[in-house]
Design a protein around this ligand. Structure first.
Ligand code: SF4
Length: 443
């Protein structure tokens, strides 16, 4: 039993690194602390508590977490800093040694942060609670409000794939998921709060239901029936788990799942995919893209790519570039490969120099810009539904996303249209900001 009186008058701020999943979980942590009586510190207020939800996807991510924790301590020397997330799970000792850190809570313990804080406030000694990732078995829910319009709903956590370059299975544990009933209830709750769009998040979303009889397809069909939510998006799905029946269902039967897929490729040669221990080859990937394009010609297709992984020779990179160039996709998310401790990738020969990794990333980013511009230009002169978001602070026109994930500034939108869907004629493309302009089609 936690004694709420120790939290009396405390104010907190929250800082999140990394993926949408982390954002969903930070929201849940903030709600838990609010129920204990800890309010959010506003603009000029000095917080008593700083919660940092960390990421460890690359070496750079670790560094940014360290820098941020140090700078919070410098700015708020009296504040108790609570650190959780993947970096806290994987490098708990490193985190515990940083100045001002009061609590280190591993990936599985982040929802118990109120209990650890109570302990710290009573005993004034640092609390470190990190278990072995093999012991992480429980699914902890999370749903965050991105803004008034969009919510991020955590449907799955952990991963059993063990790709050779990735530390996430070690940080987040085995694949596990929420129940369909509880997720439908959370979606209905988001609708009751005025949410119009929900993004389904997880580490390996398509693996939903692993170890049970229900599947990701069952989940999305159940969510599709939630009244009030007009749009669902799937944050990312492994190509081998994006089944033909899901694509066909989104194309023909779904009420609210948007024509938008994000599919990690990571490398465009079979040799590097095998070194990465990915569960598909380029032929399967190309088939999936062709299927989406055939079934939903206007679908936005985003693709993740890593450049300069160990073993990626000049020739294999060139093969990858040509493969990606030939795919009818809308955008790439490019990451230079980052060495992670304790990963199998460290046993692979053929280290790619840093400068080469970055040069390859830049080449792929240029390709991505060309792909996005060509995709966006296909829709000039046509009308598409746009879900309008808050008026922008800098006085620019209100903006929102089309069903197929194009960001549009709508010249004649007015503040009362916030959080509504309007039909917009797309008029021009700005490749630099990856934004279109348009105006409302009035009947
Ligand atoms: S699928 Fe591979 S890259 Fe993605 S989280 Fe799992 S192990 Fe990491």
């Amino acid at each position: 039993m936690i004694d709420n009186s120790v939290f009396h008058n405390l104010k907190a701020i929250y800082h999140t690194f990394g993926c949408k999943l982390n954002f969903a979980e930070t929201s849940t942590i903030a709600r838990t602390l609010a129920e204990r009586g800890i309010t959010r510190a506003s603009g000029a207020e000095i917080p008593d508590i700083v919660v940092v939800n960390t990421c460890s996807v690359t070496e750079l991510a670790d560094k940014k977490c360290r820098q941020t924790i140090r700078s919070f301590h410098k700015r708020y020397p009296e504040a108790a800093i609570l650190v959780t997330g993947c970096y806290a799970q994987l490098k708990s000792e490193e985190v515990a040694a940083l100045p001002g850190v009061a609590v280190v809570a591993g990936a599985d313990r982040k929802m118990e942060i109120d209990r650890f804080l109570e302990q710290y406030l009573n005993e004034h000694t640092q609390v470190t609670e990190v278990c072995d990732s093999r012991e992480i078995t429980e699914f902890r829910p999370g749903c965050s409000r991105g803004d008034r319009t969009r919510f991020f709903l955590k449907v799955q956590d952990g991963c059993d794939y063990w790709c050779s370059y990735c530390t996430i299975p070690r940080a987040r544990g085995r694949s596990r998921s929420g129940t369909i009933d509880s997720l439908v209830a959370q979606a209905a709750d988001a609708a009751a709060q005025g949410g119009r769009e929900i993004v389904l998040t997880g580490v390996n979303v398509g693996d939903f239901g692993k170890g049970r009889t229900d599947t990701f397809f069952d989940l999305i069909r159940a969510l599709d029936r939630v009244e009030g939510i007009e749009r669902f998006r799937i944050s990312s799905i492994e190509p081998n788990l994006l089944t033909d029946e899901i694509i066909d269902w989104v194309a023909t039967e779904s009420r609210a799942f948007m024509p938008h897929f994000h599919i990690p490729l990571q490398a465009g040669s079979d040799e590097v995919l095998a070194l990465m221990r990915r569960r598909y080859d380029t032929a399967l990937f190309a088939r999936k893209i062709e299927h989406v394009r055939r079934a939903i010609p206007h679908a936005f297709i985003g693709v993740d790519l890593i450049t300069g992984a160990r073993g990626e020779t000049d020739e294999l990179f060139e093969r990858s570039r040509r493969f990606v160039e030939g795919l009818d996709i809308s955008r790439l998310h490019v990451f230079p490969y980052s060495e992670r401790p304790s990963t199998k990738a460290l046993d692979i020969d053929g280290v790619v120099p840093q400068a080469v990794k970055h040069a390859r990333a830049n080449e792929m980013i240029r390709l991505s810009e060309a792909k996005w511009t060509a995709f966006a230009n296909r829709f000039i002169g046509t009308g598409r539904p746009v879900l309008l978001e808050h008026p922008q602070a800098d006085g620019r026109p209100m903006a929102g996303f089309t069903d197929n994930y194009l960001r549009v500034e709508v010249s004649d939108a007015t503040p009362e249209m916030d959080n509504t869907i309007v039909n917009v004629r797309l008029e021009s493309v700005n490749p630099e900001t990856e934004t279109l302009t348009g105006s409302i089609i009035r009947q």
